[in-house]
Design a protein around this ligand. Structure first.
Ligand code: ATP
Length: 217
């Protein structure tokens, strides 16, 4: 009889800052796929974009505040503790060793899947884990690398994840949320305070104000 393995879901990102769509993705995955934990893993330096606005320590502290009231959501500090660019394939190799018995689920937004083939060792990411893709407005399954990847590895059935150790891409039917960290940084820099409560956890917003992060120079 097939044994159901414990699962570990990992949502990687810059979290510059963490926002409500990140938490919504994590909760959607938690409810649907029942992993033991959903770990939010801030990168030290992102490999695919310009440097974050604030330090890894601040970004991790904001993640901790945002997840504080959600049991099962945790901070994974593996990447921020390394003083070099973060590559998901390397991090998943380390997580494979730390969690030898777990099935690994790497969670990303559909914007990330659209350029996934440019990620370092993307094939080895699919050997180490399944991919779980949250839909994001503006990034449908016809964008960039999505069609080819979904044709080869894709499914919309969560049951398929249990039949293989890795290598399946699950396209979620979450309700897409139109918000980004870029939009939040823009609101903070231009003094548009009203929208911020809809975009961010109140504790994260208080932290940003206390430490005067992302303000116009
Ligand atoms: P930025 O605007 O600075 O590029 P971001 O809002 O995309 O940031 P990241 O920290 O880069 O946030 O994202 C971490 C992960 O969460 C990525 O896989 C990204 O695709 C996903 N993600 C971010 N925002 C959303 C969203 N609104 N819907 C679905 N997934 C999202």
């Amino acid at each position: 009889m097939a044994m159901t393995k414990a699962r570990l879901a990992i949502l990687g990102g810059t979290f510059d800052p963490v926002h409500r769509a990140h938490i919504a993705c994590a909760l959607f995955v938690q409810q649907l796929l029942q992993p033991e934990q959903v770990q939010l893993m801030p990168c030290h330096l992102p490999a695919h974009r310009s440097s974050p606005g604030v330090s890894p320590q601040h970004r991790a502290a904001m993640v901790e505040l945002a997840i504080a009231s959600y049991p099962g959501l945790t901070l994974q500090s593996l990447e921020i503790n390394q003083h070099k660019p973060s590559y998901t394939a390397d991090s998943l190799e380390q997580l494979r060793v730390l969690y030898p018995e777990h099935q690994l689920l790497f969670v990303m937004g559909s914007d990330s899947l659209a350029y996934f083939k440019s990620w370092k060792k993307w094939q080895s990411i699919l050997e180490l884990s399944h991919l779980v893709v949250c839909q994001r407005p503006g990034y449908s399954r016809t964008e960039g690398d999505c069609p080819a990847l979904l044709q080869q590895f894709g499914t919309e059935s969560k049951d398929l994840l249990g039949t293989k150790p890795s290598g399946v891409i699950l396209w979620l039917d979450n309700a897409p949320l139109d918000l980004s960290a870029t939009q939040i940084r823009h609101c903070l820099q231009t003094g548009q305070q009203q929208a911020l409560h809809q975009l961010l956890d109140a504790k994260v917003l208080a932290y940003i104000r206390q430490h005067r992060l992302y303000q116009a120079l």
